[in-house]
Structure formats: C-alpha cells, structure tokens
Design a protein around this ligand. Sequence first.
Ligand code: ZN
Length: 165
Amino acid sequence: MDTLPILKYPDERLHLPCKDVTIFDEHLQEFGQVLLRTMRASRGIGLAAPQVNIHKNIIAVWIEDVNPTPFIFVNPKITKASEEFFKWSEGCLSVPEYFEDRERAKDISLEFHDVFGVKQAIEFHDLHAFCIQHEIDHLNGKVFIDNLSQLKKERIKTKIRKLNR
Ligand code: ZN
C-alpha cells in the first residue's frame, strides 16, 4: 500500500471517536509508514489516522526543517501543557486551502507508545507542540474549524466542493 485517500471536511467520519491501539504488530508498523507517506505526498507536517478513515489513536508528525526525525505516536496523551502560547497559521489536510491564526500551548509533555509498543515520554515545543495538539484533536473527533460560525463553515464547504470537482 502506497498512500491512502484523505477524508475532506465535512465528511462525517472525521468526527468518529478513535480507539487505543492494543496490538503492536507488523500491520501497525506498516500503517505508520503509509500514514507518513500519505502526509508527505500532500506536503503536510502532521496527519492523524482518522483522516485516512482508520479510527485508532495514531498520529504522524514530521517537521523536517526543525527535526529530521519523523514521528509516529501511538496512543498519545498530553500530560502537561504550558500556559504560554505559540501562534501559528493553522491549516489541515482535511480542510484544504484554509488557514487561520491560532494560539496553542507552546510547550507540552507527551506520553505515547512507539510502533513497537515501547512507552515513551518526550517534551515538545513551538511548532511541534502546536502540530501534535492539532492531531490529537482529530483523535477526539475534532476538526480545527468546528467552532467557526455556520456561515464561515458553509463558505469553506463550498470552496472544498469546488476544489474536488
Ligand atoms: Zn488536521
């Protein structure tokens, strides 16, 4: 499997809750690679499993300019978040060509399993922290434009429909 299609807003499946991964086998390791490839093919820096219609707690993050290591986080949990904020023009591969300035916690502590089932804890900052918070929202069935006004959401839907034509 090379890449998977990315669900686009307002696909209802983006709002399904995800389940924890309990089996760390070669299928999970292969899926991690597919998730990274799919993200890279669309020039994203993060992608969550539900965006490719797999409703499990798995995210991919790769911000090559800052850190050459691609990350696959399985069952990620934020255990600490700073009160200080980091501002960024937020976007999403499921909401193509829409960006909005947002603030999210600048520093986070993240607990997760790697694809081999080893539990780890790492601190992330700035864009990494921002991106991880965005992806974890996806695992909870949230898309970053959910809280916009109905009017704004209708405009975004119309734009995405035109792009898909
Ligand atoms: Zn997203």
